[in-house]
Design a protein around this ligand. Structure first.
Ligand SMILES: [Zn+2]
Ligand SMILES: [Zn+2]
Length: 247
């Protein structure tokens, strides 16, 4: 059953379910180790891998993240490749050529795995929005596989910036140095700012793979407080449900 879209501030938001599955054994750990102090049960963590397409009334499109990518892509060592992003985009009536802007929340392989194929941008007419701090912190391998092949399509942003149609990117560091989130109306697309629902109950619960767990926790608390104060919603990358209204 595909996830249903919703309209926020005149922009249609389509959740694109790239994949569903557990993490591969190379990085899988029991949940109490993944979320220290937050998870006390040891059930299996089944992740969804969500990208989102935003489309305004004029047909302008912003794709948030590009998923896990192909069978032999950079996420293959741990994620349930291949991703279904192309089919999901087709399901909501958009071709790769029609995507105007791609926001890369951060350079982890399950968020950029579908950005480049055969050394060329998968969304050939799009600008790819990345934070300067994220590029500065990237490994040579990531620069080689993702950033350099995008060439002059990369739009480097320093901090917060308006895109189009009331869509805004906000620097939200901690999970990675240049992690960014996307805001439209009272909806915030949170990338990997929040990984698991236990972090809604307590934003202080760290995630094992946060680069800077203390900064991530601080950023998470700030963003969630603001969304709660507005009675808003979040869309995460890895929850089973794409839209979560904060209690
Ligand atoms: Zn899903
Ligand atoms: Zn990540």
């Amino acid at each position: 059953m595909p996830h249903q879209p919703m309209t926020v501030a005149g922009v249609e938001v389509f959740p694109l379910c790239d994949a569903v599955g557990p993490m591969g054994e190379t990085i899988r750990r029991p949940l109490p180790e993944m979320f220290p102090g937050g998870c006390h049960h040891d059930g299996e963590w089944i992740l969804h891998f969500h990208c989102y397409l935003l489309r305004d009334a004029a047909g302008r499109t912003v794709l948030v993240d590009t998923g896990i990518g192909p069978q032999d892509g950079p996420a293959a060592s741990w994620a349930p490749v291949p991703g279904a992003l192309a089919a999901e985009l087709a399901r909501v009536g958009t071709t790769p050529e029609e995507v105007d802007t791609v926001v890369i929340t951060h350079l982890h392989s399950d968020h950029v795995g579908g950005a480049v194929a055969d050394g060329a941008p998968v969304f050939p007419n799009a600008g790819y929005v990345l934070q300067r701090a994220e590029i500065a912190a990237a490994s040579e391998a990531v620069l080689d596989h993702v950033v350099r092949p995008l060439g002059d399509r990369v739009r480097v942003v320093d901090g917060d910036a308006d895109l189009s149609s009331g869509v805004r990117v906000l620097h939200a560091p901690g999970h990675t140095p240049g992690h960014q989130i996307v805001r439209v109306g009272d909806l915030v697309l949170t990338g990997d700012l929040v990984l698991h629902p236990v972090q809604l109950a307590d934003p202080g619960v760290p995630y094992l793979y946060d680069d800077d767990p203390e900064l991530a926790a601080r950023t998470r608390a700030e963003v969630l407080d603001r969304v709660r104060a507005e009675g808003g919603l979040i869309s995460t990358a890895h929850f089973a449900e794409p839209f979560t209204r904060l209690p």
